[in-house]
Design a protein around this ligand. Sequence first.
Ligand SMILES: NC(=O)c1ccc[n+]([C@@H]2O[C@H](COP(=O)([O-])OP(=O)(O)OC[C@H]3O[C@@H](n4cnc5c(N)ncnc54)[C@H](O)[C@@H]3O)[C@@H](O)[C@H]2O)c1
Ligand SMILES: O=C(O)C(=O)C[C@]1(C(=O)O)C=C[C@@H](O)C=C1
Length: 365
Amino acid sequence: MVTIVISGLGLIGGSLALNIKEGVAGAYLIGLDKNQTSLTYAKNTGVIDEIGTDLATDAPRADVIILATPVTAIEAAFKILAKCQLKSGVIVTDTGSTKLQVIQAAEVLCEQGVTVIGGHPMAGSHKSGVRAADRDLFRSAYYFLVPARANLEVPLQYLKKILAPTHAKFLQITPAEHDHVVGVLSHLPHMLAATLVNETTSQFKDSPTALRLAAGGFKDMTRIASSDPEMWSDILLTNDQTVRDLLADYVMRLKQLDQAIAVQDKAALLTYFQAAKVTRDSITPQRAGAIPGFYDLFVNIPDRAGAIAQVTGQLAAGGLQLVNLQILETREEINGILQLTFASEAAKEKATIILAAISIAEVRA
Ligand SMILES: NC(=O)c1ccc[n+]([C@@H]2O[C@H](COP(=O)([O-])OP(=O)(O)OC[C@H]3O[C@@H](n4cnc5c(N)ncnc54)[C@H](O)[C@@H]3O)[C@@H](O)[C@H]2O)c1
Ligand SMILES: O=C(O)C(=O)C[C@]1(C(=O)O)C=C[C@@H](O)C=C1
């Protein structure tokens, strides 16, 4: 039996628990969370085997400890663990979105000879809590592993075995490299999404319903503004220098854009948008960050009852299986956009033909 304590049974802790429970033989999961309702739900739905008491009480029973709370609580947990009589050979890992400060905070444990391997799955959602947990969340996504000390090859391999049911792709990285990469690819986009939403609130302060007019552009750019405020405050404050540098760089770029518009420099604007298009096109049709190699088909879906059922019914009748289905945009009385994801190019092509036969057309590749 391998006893695993998971502290923080939210989206990430819950999704990890689902994978480990199903995929690791002999895993016994003890769940901890400050939210009692989440714990009860996790126990009742079989996500965990036992509701724990608290970290100080349960950590000494663990072979592996996974800290999946917001970053500040992860740092506080290291202090609690440092006072515990942990099993020899225990592995402590976390899922926090920043790593430099987290690994520094783990020093108190490392000094006692405890094995700490930071972790960060590069997949998630704007949704929070155990009810949003998803066993496929990490499939094919990158999963950063950040050993706090050199020569941790054996525990590293063991941790990968425990996390293997996620089907994530493990990538070892230093804390500094990690915080820079995710600063660019995750933290900056979240700051921009929140700023964009706040800008609209201010622009529309006298006509709040105007926001309803938003189409795909605004919605695509701002989904992540619905993420948990506490989690994101922690992330930015524990990667402060990097995100401030990125913001300064970004402001400089916006000023260049402003200048090109001010002097009616169309050539500069074309170059600007063309450079962005080439780079962005190079990461489609893959779902960025997760499930590379899947094939998306975007179709217009008429605004009438049963239209989506008709699409899925025809695809099933044609022997096609969907990996994912998502409504990207729905507008009253006109077409909406449906994203259909297939596992192969051949399946996508067959679906295009099947749907064309019922007058449902592809809108973008
Ligand atoms: N959401 C994402 O997209 C994502 C992706 C990768 C990593 N992460 C990181 O993983 C961690 C968890 O994120 P999440 O999305 O699962 O958040 P979440 O809000 O869904 O879950 C966090 C859970 O921790 C619990 N919690 C908070 N403080 C606690 C404490 N002191 N003791 C015990 N439980 C406590 C909360 O009640 C909640 O159930 C964060 O550090 C986050 O930065 C998030
Ligand atoms: O897909 C989302 O909603 C996310 O925000 C996931 C996301 C990101 O891509 O920025 C958020 C935080 C993480 O640490 C890793 C992934």
